[in-house]
Ligand binder design. Structure first.
Ligand SMILES: *Cc1c(COP(=O)(O)O)cnc(C)c1O
Length: 328
């Protein structure tokens, strides 16, 4: 299958797959691998860099001059969008919702360094504010292109269908016994999981894809991912249908709410750091890794399984002031 999608090259690909031998041994559990999408290379990297390769190609094709998107104060998506805008000569407007912090740190510091214009609003009015910001930019002749929350349009999600092709190529050289039976990842706006799920079908990846929900009940995330996977298939000219039951989601680890770091996330961050020298983030990968560790301890996976943890980035949030007191 040869998928042809307009794409500009931004990311450093393919990202490496590394074993996690000391973490696997410490858990006495199955073999663990990691896919390093925290190393996609754009201003500290992360999963949004892949999505932006396709989104910016569409923005350029539309003759856009200004990228507009939205996110939380410590949004990795906004930081990577600001970096991609700088790299390709777009203006960037970020609609940030949540508490405007007294001091600028972490991703927000980088948004400023990267030259983004920032508009603050209340989370409840995010969509309205985004629409107003877009209309205003349009009226001012700034030729805006709207990137949805998390970059999770069918165009953005299609980047993870291509990422699955990359993974399948990489693991082809591994012996059959060490091919991953599971992919575990942090899932929030669902684009990453939707793209991977479609890619698994198209490129014949036989393992299961388990999204650890960062902020939503399982049923809501499952239907969101299923419908986005279908829309992504349409965008790619593939006709595939997905039911919510086709999407594996575990929402046991998000009860504290979005961005609230607890003992489980802290333990996961410490284990990855101290056993493997790998940094996770407090919001997404820390939570997904906490889920992975708990599921290993509960013997959810077979001892002979190989599990690939897909690192989706987010590490600048480690430097956000709000986590300083609780991280160590
Ligand atoms: C955005 C993000 C995710 C979630 O990806 P979705 O495609 O929105 O589900 C996971 N990890 C990190 C670090 C992110 O920034």
């Amino acid at each position: 299958m040869n998928l042809r999608v307009p794409r500009i090259q931004i990311a450093h690909l393919p990202t490496p797959i590394d074993p996690l031998p000391r973490l696997s041994a410490a858990l006495g559990g199955p073999r663990l691998l990691i896919k390093r999408d925290d190393q996609t290379g754009l201003a500290f990297g992360g999963n949004k860099t892949r999505k932006l390769e396709l989104l910016l190609a569409e923005a350029q094709a539309n003759g856009a001059r200004t990228l507009i998107t939205a996110g939380a104060t410590q949004s990795n998506h906004c930081r990577q969008t600001a970096a991609a805008a700088a790299r390709f000569g777009f203006d960037c407007i970020l609609v940030l919702t949540g508490q405007r912090p007294e001091r600028v740190s972490g991703n927000l510091l980088l948004d400023h360094l990267l030259g983004a214009e920032i508009v603050w609003g209340h989370p409840a009015e995010r969509e309205a504010l985004l629409r107003r910001t877009f209309e205003q930019a349009w009226e001012q002749g700034r030729r805006p292109y709207l990137i949805p929350y998390g970059g999770s349009s069918p165009v953005g999600a299609a980047a993870y269908t291509l990422a699955m092709e990359e993974l399948v190529d990489q693991i082809q050289s591994l012996p059959e016994a060490s091919q991953p039976q599971w992919i575990v990842l942090a899932s929030s706006s669902g684009g990453t999981q939707a793209g991977l799920t479609l890619g698994a079908r198209v490129f014949d990846f036989r393992g299961k894809i388990l999204g650890i929900s960062v902020d939503q009940p399982a049923a809501a995330l499952q239907s969101q991912v299923a419908s986005l996977a279908e829309d992504t298939a349409d965008f790619l000219g593939l006709h595939q249908t997905f039911a919510p039951e086709d999407i594996l989601v575990n929402a046991d680890y998000c009860k504290a709410g979005y961005g609230v770091m607890q003992d489980a996330e802290r333990e996961a961050i410490h284990m990855f750091a101290r056993l493997e020298g790998i940094l996770l983030d407090p919001v997404y990968t820390g939570r997904a890794a906490a889920g992975l560790i708990d599921l290993v301890r509960k013997r959810f996976f077979a001892p002979t399984d190989t599990i690939l943890f897909w690192h989706t980035g987010g590490t600048p949030a480690l430097f956000a002031e709000q986590y300083q007191a609780t991280l160590i």
